[in-house]
Design a protein around this ligand. Structure first.
Ligand code: FRU
Length: 527
C-alpha cells in the first residue's frame, strides 16, 4: 500500500513569522503538529514522535513525525516515522522498549522499540468507521519503522477507541504489559493487559469522573513515591479532556489513587463533588466545580500531556502540546504551526494530607554533553522593597528564551505584577499578576499582541495559589510565543501562548497599592 509520503512534499511557504518560532520548545520545521506521541528514552536520546501533517500546517493526513534530543530543549527533526496511507491515519499512541523481546520483533540482545498507535480507519479500509490499536516496530533504535502485518491488534468496533499508553507492570504474579486507552465519547479510560503486545485482554474501565463534559483523550498511568518515600507509592492517572477544561477548551486533569494491575481506584480526595461538572451550560456552577478537579495546568495551552517510557533513573517526565483545539488551526504562524511545552518532571508531594503533583521544567540535563547551550545569568538580586513602583528586568536577548525566578513577600501590596513583552509606553504586554486578597495567580493575555486571529484567543486565566510562609515563589519561562509559569515549586502551572506585536522584549515587576519585599529575583537566558 502506498503511504501518504509518496505524494510530493510542497515547497515550504515563506517564513513570515519566524520571530514567533520558539528557542527552546519543539516545533516542526515547516508543518503542523499536535499531540506528543511515543515519548521514549533509548540509548542516550529522548525521542519525541508527534501527530504531524507532513503536507500542511493545519490538522490532517495524520502521521507520526519524529525528533530527538539529548537535553529535552534542543531537538533535531527526522523524516516521518509512521506515515498514514489510503486505509488509515496514524493517531496518538506510545512506544515501549521491548527488553524481554516479548513481541518477537527484536532479539534478546537487541530489543525492538514497539509503537502502539491508533489506526483511525478511512473509507478504503474494511474497518472503516472504527478506531483500533495497531503496532509498528523499529530495530534501528527508532529511526525507521515497520507496521506489523497482524494489525489491528485490539478492536472494540468503536468509532472513538484511541490513544493507547502502554507500560510494563510488575506485580506479585510477575510482569505484563498494561494498556490504558480511552473510549473518548463515553469519558472512559479502558485498561487491558498483554504478554506479547499482540494479544490483549480487557481488565476494567474508569469514568466518567470529574471534568467529563468533553471527550476524554490521551490517558497515562504511572506510580510515583510521595515525597520520595518508597513505602508510600500512589498511582497517577492523567486524563486529557476536550473541551471542558478549567481554562476553557482543551486541558489535562489527573486523579490520584491505587492500581493493582487490573483496576484503578481513585482516592476520595481526588474526586470533585459530583454536581455541576456536566452542567457547563451554567458556567458559574461549572467553573466553580472545575476548580475542584486536579489540573496539570491552569492555562489555555497545555494539552495531551503524556510521559516518557524508559526515562533514566525512573524519572517521570511529561511533554504536552502547547495549544488548544478551540483555535489550534488558526495560530498566526507559517510555515510551521504549533509547538510542544517544555519537558516537565513530575513528583508527588503531600498537600494538606493528600498526594498532589508538582512539576519542574527540565532546563538542564546533566548527561546531555557540553556542546549544548546552557542558561546564562543576566541578573541576580537579593532582598529589596518595591512600594507602588516598578522595576525593569533585563530585556530578553533575541533568539533566546528567558527564565525569571522570583521569591516575593507580597506584604501590604494588593498586587504584584510581571509585565512581559511590554511595549515602551507600557500600554501593551502580557500580565502575570498575584492578587493578594483573592489569593489568585492571574495570567492576562488580552493585550499580549496579536489576539485577533480567533475570537476565543484573548483571555484571562486564574488559579488559586496559597502563599507559603507569606511567600510566593515563581519560575516564569518566556519564549518567543509562550509563557509558562511554575508557582510554589510547581504545585500550580499555567501555560499560555502569546503573539507579541512588538519586537520589544522588556519585562517589568511592580508592586501595586502597597509594598512588597522581593526576597530573590534572578533572570537567565537560554538559547
Ligand atoms: C488529541 C487527539 C487524539 C487523537 C489525535 C488525532 O488531541 O484528538 O485523541 O489521537 O488528537 O490527531
Amino acid at each position: 500500500m502506498s503511504s501518504c509520503l509518496d505524494a510530493a512534499r510542497p515547497e515550504a511557504a515563506q517564513a513570515g513569522t519566524s520571530r514567533f518560532r520558539p528557542a527552546i520548545h519543539f516545533t516542526a520545521r515547516d508543518t503542523w503538529l499536535n499531540d506528543p506521541n511515543g515519548l521514549v528514552f533509548y540509548d542516550g536520546l529522548y525521542h519525541l514522535f508527534f501527530q504531524n501533517n507532513p503536507f500542511g500546517n493545519v490538522w490532517g493526513n495524520m502521521s507520526w513525525g519524529h525528533a530527538t534530543s539529548r537535553d529535552l530543549l534542543h531537538w533535531t527533526e527526522h523524516p516521518v516515522a509512521i506515515a498514514c496511507d489510503e486505509a488509515e491515519d496514524i493517531f496518538s499512541g506510545s512506544v515501549v522498549v521491548d527488553h524481554g523481546n516479548t513481541s518477537g520483533f527484536g532479539t534478546a540482545d537487541a530489543p525492538a522499540l514497539v509503537a502502539i498507535y491508533t489506526s483511525a480507519y478511512k473509507d478504503a479500509s474494511e474497518h472503516s468507521g472504527t478506531q483500533a490499536q495497531s503496532l509498528a516496530y523499529s530495530t534501528d533504535a527508532g529511526m525507521t519503522w515497520r507496521k506489523y502485518e497482524g494489525n489491528p491488534v485490539l478492536t472494540r468496533n468503536s468509532a472513538n477507541f484511541r490513544d493507547p499508553k502502554v507500560f510494563r507492570y510488575q506485580g506479585d504474579q510477575g510482569a505484563c504489559w498494561v494498556m490504558v486507552a480511552v473510549e473518548a465519547h463515553h469519558q472512559k479510560v479502558v485498561f487491558y493487559r498483554s504478554e506479547d503486545l499482540k494479544s490483549w485482554d480487557f481488565l476494567s474501565d474508569f469514568g466518567p469522573a470529574n471534568a467529563d463534559a468533553g471527550d476524554w483523550e490521551c490517558p497515562d498511568l504511572f506510580p510515583l513515591a510521595v515525597d520520595g518515600d518508597p513505602d508510600n507509592i500512589k498511582w497517577v492517572l492523567i486524563v486529557n479532556v476536550n473541551p471542558g477544561a478549567v481554562a476553557g477548551g482543551s486541558g489535562g486533569q489527573y486523579f490520584i489513587g491505587d492500581f493493582d494491575g487490573a483496576r484503578f481506584l481513585p482516592d476520595a480526595g481526588s474526586l470533585a463533588a459530583p454536581t455541576g461538572l456536566t452542567s457547563l451550560q451554567d458556567p458559574k456552577a461549572g467553573s466553580a466545580a472545575l476548580q475542584q478537579c486536579l489540573w496539570l495546568d491552569w492555562g489555555r495551552d497545555c494539552y495531551a500531556s503524556v510521559s516518557f517510557s524508559n526515562a533514566p533513573h525512573d524519572r517521570r517526565i511529561i511533554i504536552g502540546w502547547m495549544n488548544n483545539w478551540e483555535y489550534a488551526n488558526h495560530l498566526p504562524t507559517a510555515p510551521w504551526r504549533s509547538s510542544m511545552t517544555l519537558a516537565r518532571e513530575l513528583c508527588l508531594t503531600a498537600v494538606n494530607g493528600s498526594a498532589r503533583l508538582i512539576q519542574q521544567p527540565v532546563l538542564a540535563e546533566p548527561c546531555a554533553g557540553e556542546d549544548l547551550p546552557t542558561a546564562k545569568d543576566q541578573m541576580s538580586a537579593g532582598s529589596f522593597e518595591l512600594r507602588n513602583s516598578a522595576l525593569q528586568l533585563p530585556d530578553a536577548v533575541p533568539g533566546s528564551a528567558q527564565i525569571i525566578e522570583a521569591e516575593i513577600l507580597p506584604g501590604s501590596a494588593e498586587r504584584c505584577d510581571f509585565q512581559l513583552f511590554a511595549s515602551s509606553d507600557g500600554s501593551k504586554g502580557t500580565i502575570l499578576s498575584y492578587n493578594t486578597s483573592s489569593a489568585q495567580l492571574i495570567l492576562d493575555r488580552r493585550q499580549s499582541g496579536n489576539t485577533g486571529f480567533h475570537g476565543k484567543f484573548a483571555s484571562v486565566e486564574s488559579a488559586p495559589v496559597e502563599l507559603e510562609d507569606g511567600v510566593l515563589k515563581l519560575v516564569i519561562i518566556v519564549d518567543h510565543s509562550s509563557v509558562e509559569v511554575f508557582a510554589q515549586g510547581g504545585k500550580v502551572v499555567m501555560t499560555d501562548l502569546i503573539f507579541p506585536e512588538t519586537e520589544n522584549r522588556e519585562n517589568w515587576l511592580s508592586a501595586v497599592e502597597g509594598s512588597a519585599t522581593i526576597l530573590k529575583l534572578a533572570v537567565s537566558t537560554l538559547t
